[in-house]
Design a protein around this ligand. Structure first.
Ligand code: GTP
Length: 230
């Protein structure tokens, strides 16, 4: 363990906002559910996310415990379009998810989601991880790991295959991303002028979980009020 600072001024673990991106149905909600409730069976009747939902989870990194505030948004175009600016605000990391049994969901990453990242955030400031989900469905695979690795080399990110169904690699994926985020924050902090030993909070007043729902026209009922970290 390094001798660098690992906590906020109040002695609490630092809090980082990370966001999930990817087409509808790739398993974003299921991955978050598996992380936060590892023993609960996968829900195949899960309804499509209609707005933004978020959960918080304590995670281990080589530099100590940190708290991740994980935002899960609707993959459906009509919702995502309206929500993305709020979604990316103060985010420190992003998990780009595709479904290994659905080539279109992989193509969407370069055709749609990377462009959204660049339009709505300073993409270079975000730690990124590529996740190929549904690895339990090997017999239906449409996207090879080699293809995904080539994408990662192009965009400068790491890659893991996961299964929200079996739980395989789910914790590892979240810990890998949050580890990169935390390391970057520690490096930035040690370089900053006057370097106090405390990390800043990156998201304020986190709720343990909360939801911003949209109506069928994509308008937010709460318009962000439900989220203390917006
Ligand atoms: P949106 O909310 O519409 O953006 O979709 P999403 O990306 O959050 O996908 P969701 O988690 O709702 O999962 C879609 C479907 O895939 C559900 O029926 C899940 O049960 C199923 N699913 C998710 N992950 C896995 C997995 O790892 N393996 C298998 N076999 N099914 C999965």
């Amino acid at each position: 363990m390094s001798g660098r600072a690992t906590s906020t001024p109040g002695g609490k673990p630092p809090l980082y906002k990370i966001v999930m991106l990817g087409d509808s149905g790739v398993g974003k909600t299921s991955l978050v559910a598996r992380l936060t409730n590892p023993d609960r069976p996968l829900n195949h009747d899960i309804s499509a996310t209609m707005g933004i939902e978020f959960d918080t989870q304590m995670l281990d990194t080589p530099q100590g415990k940190v708290k991740a505030q994980i935002w899960d948004t609707a993959g459906q175009e009509r919702f995502a379009r309206v929500l993305l600016p709020t979604y990316f605000r103060k985010a420190k990391g992003v998990i780009l998810v595709y479904d290994i049994t659905n080539a279109k969901s992989f193509e969407s990453l370069s055709e749609r989601w990377m462009a959204q990242l660049n339009d709505h955030s300073n993409a270079d400031d975000l730690a990124k991880l590529l996740v190929g989900n549904k690895s339990d469905l090997e017999g239906s695979r449409e996207v090879t790991a080699e293809k995904a690795s080539a994408f990662c080399q192009e965009y400068g990110m790491e890659f893991l295959e996961t299964s929200a169904k079996s739980g395989d690699n789910v914790l590892t994926a979240f810990e890998k991303l949050i580890g990169i985020v935390h390391d970057r924050a520690l490096n930035a902090q040690s370089k900053s002028k006057g370097g106090s030993n405390a990390l800043p909070k990156t998201a304020e007043k986190p709720a343990e979980s909360d939801t911003v729902k949209l109506d069928d026209d994509g308008n937010s009922a709460a318009d962000g009020n439900a989220c203390g970290a917006c």
